[in-house]
Design a protein around this ligand. Structure first.
Ligand code: FE2
Length: 334
């Protein structure tokens, strides 16, 4: 494929654009940061705008004020820097194991960084949070975990391959009642069981569950990557201990409210749920590139959902006058 066949390049995902002095920028990708001077940054913006459009290559050349040779050279420079990739350099198919090893495992750390880049985490662990926010987060975790009963069996139903169906069913059997751990914590914090179980999840909690349902319907591997991103947060104690430990100290969370959370995390580690995605992909011989791209996009979208979920939790529970737990609509109270 040459440049004259129009869109020979694709753009790598930019996670963050940091303005530098005098119109220069630093672009953060999953694996590197690339600094562009003002001219290169302006050219890159034009290319990024042009790629998903249906405008001809000549229009880009005209916008950029260069001839065909100059355009090819400058696109090549962006590709060399790592901002663009040549579409013909991608394999037409990957095996399940390659998808895990060469793409998912490399991208997961940047997805988790993005998911947990919300200021809520820094605020909570540096003492600017509150017991109310801590409990609010637990209420929404309770709802999300209980809602697993809405997407996990759905994922089994939509799986056509028997080995994958069996793996998904096993995961469901191990997970279906884990919301009880969060109920235990919330009871230790003084919330009654009926008040929590009859409460209404926040919109973003429901959005996250429904996103999982959508993934389950579209492609079992898309669903499984989302599940793997969530499990990625619980691989070892070192990654989740500091948050709960710090909150316990800062906001006087009683030990009885922390213990069920650790018991749950330990159980998920014991079940080795973080290995499930690889176990599933070992059963898949061939994934065409287009499908692989869609699967990876689901994984990234899940990370974005976690960020938005955290944002919704902080905004809602930060307001002292918002009911907690969140009540169902009752016209008699309005
Ligand atoms: Fe669990």
């Amino acid at each position: 494929m040459t440049i004259t066949t129009e869109r020979a390049y694709g753009a790598r995902r930019v996670y963050e654009t940091i303005p530098l002095d005098g119109e220069a920028v630093a672009l953060r990708l999953s694996d590197r940061v690339i600094e562009l001077g003002p001219k290169e940054a302006a050219f890159y913006d034009r290319v990024a705008e042009w790629l998903p459009s249906s405008r001809p290559l000549a229009a880009l050349a005209l916008d950029a004020g260069v001839g065909p040779a100059g355009l090819e050279r400058r696109l090549g420079q962006l590709a060399e820097a790592g901002l663009l990739y040549r579409k013909d350099s991608l394999p037409a198919v990957v095996s399940g194991i390659e998808l895990h090893r060469d793409y998912f495992a490399k991208l997961l750390p940047s997805w988790l960084d993005e998911a947990f880049s919300h200021p809520f985490w820094e605020r909570m662990t540096s003492g600017g949070g509150s017991l109310r926010l801590f409990a609010g987060w637990l209420i929404e975790l309770y709802h999300y975990t209980r809602n697993a009963n809405r997407h996990m069996p759905l994922s089994c139903a939509h799986t056509r391959d028997k080995p994958l169906k069996a793996l998904r069913a096993k995961h469901y059997a191990e997970e279906w009642n884990h919301y009880h751990y969060f109920m235990k914590s919330l009871k230790a914090l003084g919330y009654s069981e009926p008040a929590v179980s009859s409460s209404v999840p926040l919109p973003m909690t429901l959005a996250l569950s429904n996103f999982m349902r959508q993934a389950a319907r579209e492609d079992i591997l898309a669903y499984s990557i989302c599940s793997a991103v969530l499990e990625g947060t619980t691989i070892e104690r070192a990654t989740y201990n500091p948050y709960y430990q710090r909150c316990a100290e800062l906001y006087s969370v009683p030990n009885e409210a922390i213990q069920p959370i650790y018991a749950h995390l330990d159980l998920d580690v014991k079940y080795q749920h973080s290995d499930l995605f690889l176990d599933i992909l070992k059963e898949v011989d061939v994934v065409p590139a287009a499908r692989a791209g869609r699967i990876l996009d689901y994984g990234h979208q899940l990370a974005e959902h976690i960020w938005l979920w955290t944002d919704n939790i902080e905004r809602y529970y930060d307001r002292e006058d918002n009911p907690m737990p969140r009540r169902p609509f009752d016209p008699r109270l309005e």
